[in-house]
Design a protein. Structure first.
Length: 117
């Protein structure tokens, strides 16, 4: 059974930092592209950052470029999201995603990030 378990969310003041982690099990982690999505209250879910299987390519939403960094450790089956210079508009539930061609994407349960002004 595939499981994606996010951790590292919490309450932080604007300008602060958080590091999210997503531990994967039940899948061949290195065969999946990984991503972080978020859903803010009253808004659609959006892609925050993505990383390919061997970290050769990353992509970011314009709103987080230069502030967030996605990385992965295939030996630990874990993907990370380092979030710096956080803003109140970054407040959302953050979800980990695993995707691979011909597979239904897998999702974690989400972790809440709240940024106070």
């Amino acid at each position: 059974q595939v499981q994606l378990v996010e951790s590292g969310g919490g309450l932080v003041q604007a300008g602060g930092s958080l590091r999210l982690s997503c531990a994967a099990s039940g899948l061949t982690f290195s065969s999946f592209d990984m991503g972080w999505f978020r859903r803010a209250p009253g808004k659609e879910r959006e892609l925050v950052a993505g990383i390919d299987t061997f970290s050769s390519s990353t992509n970011y939403a314009d709103s987080v470029k230069g502030r967030f960094t996605i990385s992965r450790d295939n030996a630990k089956n874990t993907v990370y999201l380092q979030m710096n210079s956080l803003k109140p508009e970054d407040t959302a539930v953050y979800y980990c995603n695993a995707r691979r061609s011909a597979y239904i994407p897998y999702w974690g349960q989400g972790t809440q990030v709240t940024v106070s002004s």
